[in-house]
Design a protein around this ligand. Structure first.
Ligand SMILES: O=C(O)c1ccc[n+]([C@@H]2O[C@H](COP(=O)([O-])O)[C@@H](O)[C@H]2O)c1
Ligand SMILES: Cc1cc2nc[nH]c2cc1C
Length: 344
């Protein structure tokens, strides 16, 4: 039995809001910095939330749909980048160090073997099948990948994390992400499929065709959330969905990164709608369709920085803002403390 997801505690949200309104500023003038502080109060169950201890888990996997020519890069780059993560040279490594976050890298489905690396070895399969022509994963593979993500969230929380970030690395993974978003939101292929790592106009037409083929393969067959994920998703995407679900079950929120992370969040929500209350969006990715995916998740991104990297990089870049929001909430003087006259 998987653990049930509780609601964030509304009373602490109210208490935090009251405190925000007592601080020496016009009510609401710190904008989203106020609202996120109040959300952390509800998540942590205290009116003044503790400083954030972020943990980042990057899930890596390959994609059979790359056989359709949907990415600007070859699949071998996935494993090569995992080596770069292990060596500390990737963007997410720099960001994790800068924000003092725990960083874990998990091989949940990389095509080439990576036996010697100091990463979590949890390969469910050496890449997925081609979603344009068949189910990307078997039901068993999808369940195993979800569990890899759940286990990673448990490790992070056991080690003291109170904010979870899932990152992705997988050449081709904007294709399954787009397919999931289309299937789970009902949006058109043209509005969701984008250029990923940078395909040209002809590549974009071909990628839309591949996604449409995957969707058509399922017709309008009714499928539950896990079955949609198995048909159209990816091993790292399923692990990210499991990570969000387990984080929520443990009462720890997740900061949702870019396009792939949002597809995983939509899949998690299709599996258990209660997860939605434990998600916060970091940035709006440059990838076409991310804005619509966030809207479907009813999430407002904190920033738009023109990013489209993945790896959890956008979420990591937003952590300092969240830290500031909590510090302001905890340390500003109230009108009474500072002897400042309140509004009439
Ligand atoms: O996070 C995003 O919004 C994002 C947008 C475009 C590309 N990416 C990254 O680029 C890779 C997928 O791009 P592609 O073109 O191979 O599908 C994968 O490793 C992702 O982490 C990530
Ligand atoms: C080099 C490279 C790094 C990445 N990090 C996440 N996705 C990526 C895709 C490529 C191609």
């Amino acid at each position: 039995m998987t653990q049930a997801i509780a609601l964030p505690v509304h009373a602490f949200h109210e208490a935090a809001l009251q405190r925000q309104n007592s601080l020496t500023k016009p009510a609401g003038s710190l904008g989203v910095l106020e609202t996120v502080a109040c959300r952390f109060a509800a998540w942590q169950g205290q009116s003044i939330p503790a400083a954030l201890q972020p943990a980042i888990t990057v899930f890596a996997g390959d994609h059979g749909v790359t056989a359709e020519g949907v990415s600007a890069y070859p699949s071998i780059v996935t494993g090569e980048m995992v080596k770069n993560f292990a060596a500390g040279g990737a963007a997410i490594c720099v960001l994790a160090r800068a924000i003092s976050a725990r960083l874990e890298v998990v091989d949940v489905g990389v095509l080439n073997p990576l036996p010697e690396l100091p990463i979590v070895q949890a390969k469910v399969a050496a890449g997925t099948a081609n979603l344009a022509v068949q189910a990307a994963m078997t039901a068993e593979q999808c369940a195993a990948a979800l569990e890899v993500g759940r286990a990673a969230a448990r490790r992070a929380v056991d080690q003291g994390a109170n904010l979870l970030i899932a990152g992705d690395m997988g050449i081709g993974n904007t294709t399954p992400s787009a397919a999931l978003i289309c299937r789970l939101t009902g949006h058109s292929v043209d509005s969701i499929v984008g250029r990923g790592t940078g395909i040209d106009d002809a590549g974009l037409v071909n990628k839309r065709r591949a996604v449409q083929q995957g969707l058509d393969r399922l017709h309008d067959k009714p499928l539950d959330g896990t079955a949609v994920l198995a048909e159209l998703g990816g091993l790292e995407i399923a692990a990210m969905a499991g990570f969000y679900l387990q984080g929520a079950a443990l009462g720890v929120p997740s900061l949702v990164d870019g396009f792939i992370a949002s597809a995983a969040a939509l899949a998690a929500r299709a599996i258990d709608p209660a997860v939605a209350d434990w998600l916060l969006a970091s940035h709006c990715s440059e990838e076409t369709g991310h804005k619509l995916a966030l809207e479907a998740l009813q999430l407002s991104p904190l920033v738009a920085l023109g990013m489209r990297l993945g790896e959890g990089s956008g979420a990591a870049a937003c952590v300092p803002l969240l830290q500031l929001a909590i510090k302001l909430h905890a340390e500003m003087a109230t009108f009474a403390q500072a002897g400042v006259t309140e509004k009439d």
